[in-house]
Ligand binder design. Structure first.
Ligand code: FAD
Length: 288
């Protein structure tokens, strides 16, 4: 393994200074459950690992008037052990409580899951359907981008050299909001999704006034299924409409065949999981 130095800056400016100094030879470390495995496996030859967990903005969970701000290095267990977060952000909790196992969840963050940009990442679809915004720090100041635009290809994200993810800004849900995330794996746990879906709805007077559906492990990045989401807008909650949305989601993915599943199986799974997560999201929204 290529030797590297470990740094643990205590504020955003010091982290930016280190990223500028080491350029492409530096990587951030949140929980380390991806980066340490990858570094030991020889995927990167780094000179610097920058542990971001001493930076207050990256490790706090903060409620504002309109948002829940989750620091990018907050470990999953801190989210699902918080009753208020659990009750308001069910789709995100579905994912936070299934990533790896308990040991992994005590370290792994949603920020790290997102920055790692795996097509099968469990944390990204729920963030998409909860309309999450990424808050990014960089040498030119800070900027914000929607999570559905953050991943660009397998393992690649929109961060420019010198930038890093500070926090995830999740809008507080409207009344009538519900969300859910489900994946298919051949084992009970500790496996990579063969296909997965996150769905959210807002229901008002029996009609779906807002909806988002996102798909994992069926394309080069997690996919916001725009057509399927928009199909549901203004529609009644009915078996037929939910089935049609699931079919549209199934048609909008582009999976590959590999040892874990072929194209046909993955498309079938997307149809089934879309319907299941819509049903659960509706139940959580207070519908039936
Ligand atoms: C046994 C095991 C089981 C796993 N199971 C699952 C699973 O079921 N589902 C799943 O989705 N994943 C799983 N993973 C992968 C991993 O645990 C998750 O992706 C996790 O959420 C990564 O978070 P982390 O905080 O550990 O990230 P890290 O490893 O610290 O970082 C991941 C990547 O993001 C970058 N990064 C981290 N923080 C920032 C930042 N603030 N700004 C910019 N870049 C940053 C790092 O440089 C690195 O490239 C598993 C891993 C292991 C080892």
């Amino acid at each position: 393994m290529h030797p590297y130095n470990y740094y643990a800056p205590e504020n955003i400016n010091d982290a930016l200074g280190l990223l500028e100094k080491f350029g492409s030879k530096a990587r951030c470390l949140a929980g380390g459950t991806d980066i340490l495995v990858q570094t030991r496996g020889g995927r990167f030859e780094l000179d610097a690992i920058i542990d971001v967990k001493n930076i207050p903005e990256l490790t706090k969970v903060e409620w504002t008037k309109d948002h829940l701000l989750v620091g990018s290095a907050v470990p999953c267990y801190l989210l699902y052990e918080d009753e208020k977060v659990t009750s308001q952000f069910p789709g995100i909790i579905d994912a936070a409580s299934l990533i790896g196992g308990i040991q992994i969840q005590s370290r792994a963050s949603l920020g790290g899951n997102l920055c790692n940009a795996s097509p099968s990442a469990d944390g990204i679809c729920p963030l998409i359907v909860h309309n999450t915004i990424c808050v990014i720090a960089g040498p030119k100041g800070s900027r914000e981008i929607s999570v559905d635009q953050f991943c660009v290809s397998p393992g690649k994200n929109v961060l420019d050299e010198g930038e890093f993810l500070v926090s995830l800004k999740i809008p507080l849900p409207n009344s009538g909001f519900g969300a859910a995330y489900e994946r298919f794996i051949p084992r009970n746990e500790m496996d990579i999704a063969v296909a997965a879906v996150g769905s959210s709805v807002v229901v008002d007077g029996g009609k779906i006034t807002n909806s988002k559906i996102a798909l994992a492990a069926v394309g080069p990045t997690p996919i916001y299924a725009e057509k399927a989401s928009e199909f549901l807008l203004g529609k009644d909650v009915s078996e037929d409409n939910l089935d049609q949305a699931s079919q549209i989601a199934q048609d909008s993915c582009s999976p590959i065949t590999d040892m874990r599943g072929d194209v046909e199986f993955r498309k079938h799974l997307i149809g089934v999981l879309t319907r299941r997560t819509l049903d659960l999201a509706l139940e959580r929204a207070g519908g039936n």
